[in-house]
Write a new protein. Structure first.
Length: 369
C-alpha cells in the first residue's frame, strides 16, 4: 500500500468525524490494497455496529409487470406493450405470492415493475389498498424512483401529490432501484426514457419530507469510470446529509448475459469488494450496508461481511430481474443464517427499517443480564 493510501486510511480510523473527500475516495478506489480497504471498512462497520449480530430479511421481489417504455441496454427483463411475453400480474396471483411469503415468515414484499405506459395512478392505489386489506402487517417496499417519476408523467400530477396518494393507499417504504450510476452522461449512454440523476434524488427527497424511508443502490462495472462511482457515492451522501431518510446502501455489479450490453467486460468479486469497502468508508451517514449475495454468490456475500456490510440482505423468495440476466444464486433461510454464523456473528431477522423482529437468542439475553 502506498504512503498516500495508508495516510488516508489511518486518518479515517483515528478520527471518526473525519470525512473522506472525493479525491481521497478515488485514490483509495484506484490504488488501495484490497485487504487494507477491507480491514478499514470492517473497522468502521464494527464501530457503527458493535453488536454481536448481523441481520437478514425475509421478503419476496414481486414484479407486478414487465412492461416498460424505457429502453435500458443493461436490462434483460423488460418487454414492450404487445410483446408475447409481456404481462401484468392478475391480482389473485399477486396476493397468492404474498400469502406464501407470509407463510414462510416474511413481513415485506419488494414490489416493482417496468414503466408501464398505460396503467393509471388509480391502478397502483387500488393495488396497494388490496394488498393492505388482505395483509395489513406486510410492509410494501415498493416502486423505485424511476417508477414514481413515471407515475407523475402518466397522471400529470405533482410528485408530492403522487407520493402522498401512494402513501395513503399503503406504500410503506421506497426501494432505491434504478439508481445505476448517478451521472447523467452514463445514464444517457445506457438507457433512454428513464429518469436522470437529479429527479431520482428528488423522489427520495420528497418521500423523506413526507416522513418516509428508502434505500439507495448502485449498479457498477459497465461503462462508468472510477470517478463516476465516487460521484454516485457523493450524491447519495449529500442526500443523506440533507434528509437523513436512507436506511441502507446496496451495491452490485452489472450482470450482462441476455442484455444488449453482453459484450461489455464484467468485473468480478475483487472489484465488488473494493467498491463496497469504499462505500462503507465514504457513506459515513448511512447506517447500513447490505451484502449482494444475489449477484456475487453466497461465499463472496459472506466475505462482504468483512468488507463493510452489516447485513446479508434478503432471503429473496422470488427474484426475476437479475436472474433474467443469467445470474442465479439461491440461498435457503438456513444457509443465510449459517453464513452469518460462520462469519462469527449471531444471525438476526430484521424488517426494512432495520428493526429486529425475531426473538432474542438466549445467549444474548444471558450475556446482557
Amino acid at each position: 500500500m502506498s504512503s498516500t493510501t495508508q495516510a488516508i486510511l489511518s486518518a479515517i480510523l483515528a478520527d471518526d468525524s473525519r470525512r473522506l473527500t472525493p479525491e481521497d475516495a478515488l485514490t483509495l478506489l484506484r490504488d488501495g490494497d484490497l485487504l487494507d480497504l477491507g480491514r478499514a471498512a470492517d473497522a468502521v462497520c464494527r464501530r457503527k455496529h458493535p453488536e454481536p449480530y448481523r441481520t437478514y430479511n425475509i421478503d419476496r421481489n414481486i414484479n407486478y409487470s414487465n412492461v416498460c417504455s424505457a429502453v435500458c441496454d443493461f436490462c434483460a427483463f423488460y418487454r414492450k406493450v404487445g410483446d408475447g411475453e409481456a404481462y401484468v400480474l392478475e391480482r389473485e396471483v399477486l396476493l397468492a405470492k404474498i400469502r406464501e411469503t407470509v407463510e414462510l415468515g416474511g413481513d415485506q414484499i419488494l414490489l416493482q415493475g417496468g414503466l408501464h405506459p398505460h396503467l393509471p395512478l388509480e391502478w397502483y392505489e387500488e393495488l396497494l389498498q388490496d394488498i393492505k386489506s388482505h395483509f395489513p402487517s406486510v410492509n410494501v417496499h415498493g416502486f423505485s424512483p424511476p417508477e414514481i417519476h413515471h407515475f407523475t408523467k402518466v397522471a400529470k400530477r405533482p410528485l408530492r401529490e403522487v407520493l402522498r396518494r401512494l402513501q395513503a393507499a399503503g406504500l410503506g417504504s421506497l426501494p432505491g432501484g434504478g439508481g445505476e450510476i448517478l451521472v447523467d452522461r452514463v445514464r444517457k449512454q445506457i438507457t433512454r426514457g428513464k429518469v436522470l440523476s437529479d429527479d431520482w434524488i428528488h423522489v427520495h427527497r420528497v418521500w423523506h419530507e413526507l416522513g418516509g424511508r428508502s434505500t439507495a443502490t448502485m449498479m457498477f462495472g459497465h461503462v462508468e469510470t472510477l470517478e463516476d462511482r465516487i460521484e454516485h457515492l457523493e450524491r447519495v451522501r449529500a442526500l443523506q446529509d440533507e434528509t437523513g431518510g436512507l436506511t441502507a446502501f446496496i451495491a452490485w455489479t452489472f450482470q450482462p448475459e441476455n442484455t444488449d450490453m453482453a459484450d461489455v467486460p464484467t468485473v468480478g468479486a475483487h472489484e465488488y469488494l473494493r467498491t463496497q469497502a469504499i462505500a462503507r468508508l465514504y457513506l459515513d451517514n448511512v447506517p447500513n450496508i447490505q451484502s449482494s449475495w444475489v449477484t456475487q454468490g453466497p461465499k463472496i456475500g459472506q466475505v462482504a461481511l468483512f468488507f463493510g456490510a452489516n447485513d446479508m440482505g434478503s432471503l429473496m423468495i422470488e427474484e426475476n430481474v437479475v436472474s433474467s440476466a443469467g445470474t442465479v444464486h439461491h440461498l435457503t433461510l438456513d444457509q443465510i443464517r449459517r453464513a452469518i454464523s460462520e462469519a462469527g456473528y449471531i444471525p438476526r431477522q430484521r424488517n426494512v427499517f432495520y428493526e429486529l423482529i425475531d426473538a432474542e437468542p438466549e445467549g444474548v439475553l444471558a450475556a446482557s443480564a
